[in-house]
Design a protein around this ligand. Structure first.
Ligand code: C2E
Ligand code: MG
Ligand code: MG
Length: 611
């Protein structure tokens, strides 16, 4: 069925009346006015007409047989398609006409018969105009709705885009934040994030008396060696493995962070007590001591851990970290591969160390160092064969400070280079001036200790050459003492330097022999002239009369390698006798003389003591 209007220009009016005469009069009138008029004599015909084309207006007679006008109207109103078509009732005055009923069933107007043609036309035009306006409104409404719909979808789209953009920006921002707060290699929180978490923990501790926390500061002991010798890629691989092992040793509530380099920090929240924290440290140390099987190498590692127990009295999170760091340094100083728990005394000591460091810098600038000399005695002649130069620091307030106190600091800060070359220079100068003395033998030697740090200086040989040149000392009278660790830590480079020294006839002595871990096979391949037995062995020799400890073996080793032996720390006549009985060639110790000032040396030599 097609409900479209046939002629869209002409309005279509349906007349429903059982009186053919009425129909004819009305239809000719309306047709004359330019309307398209259709006629129906009863409900059935009206329905068919509507089903064919929907009229724009219906004129409906009330009094009809079978289905009357009211009923027709009701049916039309009940049908969705015709519900909106305006219905004007037509009624003869003698009908029992009920206007109210007419409106109630859906009529819009009424015309009484006999009708005035003018009136019919006006009422029809009115209703049609109303209907047109109504339809126009509906159309506009639909259009408006469509527009709104369209705008809404447009807006929705724009909104979606905007939301997408926002989400992207947020993602980007959190990514940036992530980068800023995490270590790129391990993905662990970095120092900034760690301090933030620490700050939270500290604030919580300040508010909640039952909340506690602790920090572990971890530094890998041999990481630099691995990194330098096997390369950064292997170093990175190792760091990753370390971080995995650390993570595996912790609970999910703990924060593990990489502070940089080979340093990690761990925040333990709500540990029961310090023992629980220590257990974590022990577990970590155990885990790290197992071999690391990397893609191309197997590597051994150890770590030193400092522990700080957090408490509400800390003003800033950084201070907790600082204390854990201090404790870590103590763990390193105590021999590495261990943990140490911070106690406030250590903070004082750390401060003192810092002061010492500052003082030391000043001391270098002000040349506050002096060299003491301790005789080395030939046990064959019983006479002084040489001196060992031992540096002291004449501190303006604290007085004389021994090297054991400041040399480690000097080494850590790099100041040792200046200090040590200065000692070498002064000792050589001194030897030269003594040799002018008639009472003093041409063969008198001077021994100078060389710090391991000096071997990292590329111009060490040039500096020594310069000193020899400037002081005119005979290099054959110069002995350089180096410790085992120097040789062992940097074998190849040190070997070359030692060879160059030996080419200049400078004597090379291994100091503190026995305290390190050198294997004899390595010793053998180094151009050494002598071994200095550490005083701890000389001391034990007497306690251990039957076998005299390791000293006989050490002397045997030196002999077999064609090296001379110097026994250090000889304090008693008994020790001297024992050493003599073992054919030890040289000895040094308080028995002969303590280290003395340069001006006392001439007197000592002039007295020509013999033991
Ligand atoms: P060292 O080279 O092993 O020097 C021997 C140390 O033992 C000296 O301590 C000496 O005073 C001490 N000593 C000598 N005889 C006896 C004794 O009979 N009994 C006891 N108990 N000790 C004795 P000092 O002068 O305190 O030097 C300590 C260390 O400082 C030296 O050990 C050396 O490693 C280092 N050192 C000293 N001067 C220098 C220097 O100019 N450069 C470098 N790099 N290190 C130096
Ligand atoms: Mg020495
Ligand atoms: Mg020594």
């Amino acid at each position: 069925m097609n409900y479209e209007r046939l002629d869209s220009d002409k309005k279509d009016i349906l007349l429903i009346d059982d009186m053919a005469n009425n129909l004819r009069v009305l239809s000719s009138l309306l047709a004359r006015e330019g309307y398209n008029v259709r006629k129906a004599l009863n409900w059935q015909m009206a329905l068919t007409a509507c089903q064919t084309v929907l009229p724009d207006l219906i004129l409906l007679d009330i009094m009809m047989p079978e289905v009357d006008g009211y009923e027709v109207c009701q049916r039309l109103k009940a049908w969705e398609l015709t519900a909106d078509i305006p219905v004007i009732f037509i009624s003869a005055l003698d009908d029992v006409f009920d206007k109210v009923k007419a409106f109630r069933v859906g009529g819009v107007d009424y015309i009484t018969k006999p009708f005035e043609l003018e009136e019919v036309l006006v009422r029809v035009q009115n209703q049609l105009a109303l209907r047109t306006a109504k339809l126009e409104i509906i159309k506009l409404n639909v259009e408006l709705e469509q527009r709104v719909k369209q705008r809404t979808t447009e807006l929705e789209k724009a909104l979606q885009k905007l939301q997408g953009e926002i989400a992207y920006r947020q993602q980007l921002q959190s990514k940036l934040l992530d980068i800023a707060l995490h270590d790129s290699l391990t993905g662990l929180p970095n120092r900034v994030l760690f301090i933030r978490r620490l700050e939270k923990a500290l604030n919580r501790a300040k508010q909640q008396s039952d909340y506690q926390f602790a920090i572990l500061y971890l530094d890998c002991d041999r990481f630099k060696v691995v990194n330098d010798s096997l390369g950064h890629l292997v170093g990175d691989e190792l760091l990753l493995s370390i971080s995995h092992r650390l993570q595996a040793s912790l609970m999910s509530t703990d924060t593990l962070a990489r502070l940089g380099g080979d340093e990690f920090a761990i925040l333990l929240e709500n540990p029961i007590d310090i023992n629980q924290v220590i257990k974590v440290a022990e577990l970590i140390l155990k885990q790290l001591s197992l071999t690391f099987k990397l893609s191309r190498y197997e590597v051994f590692m150890n770590a030193s851990i400092g522990i700080a127990w957090g408490n509400r009295d800390y003003e800033r999170p950084e201070y907790v970290l600082r204390d854990a760091d201090t404790a870590m340094y103590r763990a390193k100083a105590l021999g590495r591969a261990r943990y140490h728990v911070f106690d406030p005394v250590m903070y004082q000591e750390a401060i003192q160390l810092l002061e010492l460091e500052n003082d030391l810098r000043r001391a270098v600038a002000r040349q506050e160092f002096i060299v003491y000399y301790q005789p080395i005695v030939s046990l064959i002649t019983g006479r002084i064969a040489g001196f060992e130069a031992l540096v002291r620091w004449q501190h303006p307030i604290r007085g004389l400070i021994l090297p054991t106190e400041f040399i480690p600091v000097a080494e850590e800060t790099g100041l040792i280079n200046i200090i040590n070359t200065w000692v070498l220079q002064s000792a050589c100068q001194q030897l030269r001036s003594w040799q002018h003395h008639p009472a003093i033998s041409e063969t008198l030697t001077i021994s100078v200790n060389l710090s391991a740090r000096l071997f990292a200086q590329p111009n060490l040989i040039a500096q020594i050459d310069e000193i020899i040149d400037a002081t005119k000392v005979n290099p054959a009278n110069l002995e350089l003492e180096i410790t085992e660790s120097v040789i062992m830590e940097n074998r190849d480079a040190v070997k070359i330097v030692l060879q160059q020294l030996q080419e200049r006839e400078i004597k090379l002595i291994m100091d503190d022999f026995g305290t390190g871990y050198s294997s004899l096979s390595y010793l053998h391949s180094f151009p050494l002239n002598g071994l200095k037995i550490d005083k701890s062995f000389v001391k034990r020799m007497q306690e251990n009369q039957e076998d005299m400890g390791l000293v006989p073996a050490m002397i045997g080793i030196a002999e077999s390698m064609g090296m001379r032996v110097i026994a250090e720390g000889v304090e008693t006549i008994e020790q001297l006798a024992l050493l003599r009985s073992l054919n030890c060639e040289f000895a040094q110790g308080y028995l002969f003389s303590k280290p003395i000032e340069q001006k006392s040396v001439i007197n000592l030599l002039a007295a020509a003591p013999q033991w």
